[in-house]
Design a protein around this ligand. Sequence first.
Ligand SMILES: [Zn+2]
Length: 391
Amino acid sequence: MKKNFILFLFLFLTFLKSDAFEQGELKDIGIAKYAVIEARADYSPVRIAPDVNAGRFSHLRKGFVTYADKEYKNFYRVDLGLDDYYWMEKKYADIQAIIPQKHIQKIDEIKFDEDKEKYSVFIPLNIQNSYSFKEVPDGLEFYLYDVDCPDIVIKNKPGSFSYDTKNNTLHLKYISPALFGYDVIPHKKGLVLMVKKPPQINRKKPLKGRRIVLDAGHGGEESGVCAFGHKEKDVNLKISKQTKKALSKKGAKVYMTRKKDKYVPLYDRVAFAQEKKADILLSIHQNSLPNPKDVTKKHGVGVYYYNNQAYALANSIQKSLLKQTGFRDDGVNFASFALTRPTYPVSALVECGYLIDKNEMEKLTNKKFQKELARALALGAEDYLRYLIVF
Ligand SMILES: [Zn+2]
């Protein structure tokens, strides 16, 4: 009886939900067709459905503009001129104007530049338009929307890039067997697409000269997991300091987002890594479970990544940690965290173990074990670089 009732309730709610979406609440934006909306913060998400848990199609940097043609609940529907629509949460978007049609900007020329470490493409724009990236097996695709470039002049294009234009979209493709960080950098006269080159690796000393930012998770008023009298923030810092030593010994230049017990906002940590022009950003944490009584369900070490380019890093680190610690395998996992989402630098987040598990806690808080962990993290990063590109 009870089961039937729950099933009924579920079907009823599903019916209500789809009904509302199709008939009721998708509203016109105003008297004209489009709202010009501006991203309110860096990394404002553009999602594939009007749901805060829906996948991200793209991020927009602060001040970048896109066009919404409808609104639904807390979302604007974004029209990029593609077959599908995308969605931006209203809290990330400021309406600048209501207009009858989109501003399609004309681009006459784009200019490539290249140095030892990266390619830069300067795209002149009056308004910073929306864009998206797509990682593909043979490289990276970049799309810039709402532009018109019939007679575009391309200057200094390296052989590793191709381009085409259609449907008011500029499409650039970077062809490379491995990606090593990329981003859009706002510029006062347009934007710069930046793509880092995979480095020439010294196979015997892969870490030599590489810049690595270590992020000891939490800090200050934010303790993280608290268990058996230990605070995650302290364990993270101790392991991070040991890891800095281990990486430095192998020739890496290591920076830390915090060196003491203080609060650092998440996006400041990412910005710090970008300022340091890091090759790798590694965030160090200790795990827990939503319900501590579930302690028997999950154990061990796990590494998290978001962008495909970071999978190889996450996987190398996980392999090395498993080998060195003997902890159970909690997997290489896809997860959308502030410290896994950056496309630059290549970023991963490590959960060294479960602090709420007594056996693991005893190890994670032991100095000798922390040194072993640090050594394993350094070996993992080293292997990642060693096999980044196999010629
Ligand atoms: Zn944490």
